[in-house]
Design a protein. Structure first.
Length: 75
């Protein structure tokens, strides 16, 4: 009886370990995808602002929120 319970508990804990390992792998993959952005965002604000484009660098049609670009748009 006790041996059966131990086997049951062992199986339950092994399943938990497998799920935890999968979760860690998913987190690791997500961190790899976003690590460059996280490093950029962890910089001081003044350094971060230097990496952002100015409004002069953004085409006029991109600045119109919720709209679409028309090639014949007047300046």
């Amino acid at each position: 009886m006790i041996v059966g319970e131990l086997h049951s508990d062992c199986a339950k804990y092994q399943e938990g370990l497998v799920k935890a390992a999968q979760s860690n792998e998913e987190l690791h993959r997500a961190m790899e995808v976003h690590i460059a952005n996280l490093r950029l965002l962890s910089q001081p604000l003044t350094d971060l602002q230097k990496t952002l484009p100015s409004s002069a660098d953004i085409p006029r049609c991109m600045m119109l929120l919720g709209s679409y670009c028309i090639n014949k748009m007047s300046p």
